[in-house]
Design a protein around this ligand. Structure first.
Ligand code: FES
Length: 248
């Protein structure tokens, strides 16, 4: 599918934003991504993943570009009005139904996988608390986030922020819904905290996006197998989000 570049914006030394004209991508839901190809080489399979972080629901979509990915860095230098070959939206959408108090926990650049979700949840009027870890220069600037959400960031362990939200209850008790993104180590430590702090861990309470590259993004290459309690799953086909209890 051909799209047209409308705008580019650098967020920090590692990430940029790309806005394209595309009714198809504008229909994307939170949790989805697109596979981009700059059209300059001969290999149509050489694509890189970019998380969709916003749409206007009718004609445009904004994606986050990892500038350390050579292909995406090339796209970030393409001028406005250039054509861009895009596959997507891909991935199973995350449900943002219901006005539930929502806790988001992001480790490093995995935050880009949940920005669209944060936007849609805040549009429902539900309270959202976002805890994120990143060094100062790689932190997502607040203007990218909905103004309504509470956003705390640290350059240390993101789970340390569970102690500093200012809420009367622990955020893990306050929340009716949790989405986290990051390493398997974070998934394991978060599971331990939930089991320790919550009276009950209901089915569907906590989802987790494993921060991993998707070389093909369409279930073909087998590079994104993830062990779970039942059987291994392809993250790009079954995810991006899996139930946290499946992982740890
Ligand atoms: S990224 Fe290729 S199978 Fe998932």
């Amino acid at each position: 599918m051909q799209t047209v570049i409308l705008d580019q914006q650098q967020l920090n030394s590692h990430y940029g934003l790309l806005t394209v004209a595309s009714p198809q991508l504008a229909s994307a839901q939170p949790g989805q991504w697109a596979m981009l190809h700059h059209g300059l080489g001969n290999d149509p399979f050489l694509r890189s993943r970019a998380w969709i972080i916003a749409t206007n629901r009718s004609s445009t979509a904004t994606l986050a570009l990892d500038l350390h990915d050579p292909l995406l860095a090339t796209i970030a230098r393409m001028p406005k009005a250039s054509e861009l070959d895009v596959l997507g939206p891909l991935g199973r959408p995350l449900s943002s139904d219901g006005q539930k108090a929502t806790l988001l926990i992001a480790e490093g650049n995995a935050i880009y996988s949940m920005l669209f979700y944060a936007q849609r949840i805040s549009e429902t009027g539900a309270p959202v608390l976002l805890l994120a870890s990143a060094s100062d220069e790689l932190r997502v600037p607040p203007f990218v986030l909905p103004a309504e959400i509470e956003y705390l960031a640290t350059s240390d362990d993101v789970l340390d922020l569970l102690e500093s939200s200012g809420k009367l209850d622990s955020p893990l008790v306050w929340a009716n819904r949790l989405l986290a993104a990051g390493s398997i180590d974070l998934a394991n430590r978060l599971s331990q905290r939930i089991r320790r702090e919550r009276y009950a861990w209901q089915q569907g309470f906590a989802s987790f996006i494993v921060d991993q590259a998707y070389p093909c993004g369409i279930g073909m290459c087998g590079a994104c197998w993830q062990n779970t309690r039942q059987q291994p799953k392809l993250l790009c086909s079954h995810g991006p989000a899996l139930d946290l209890r499946e992982l740890s």
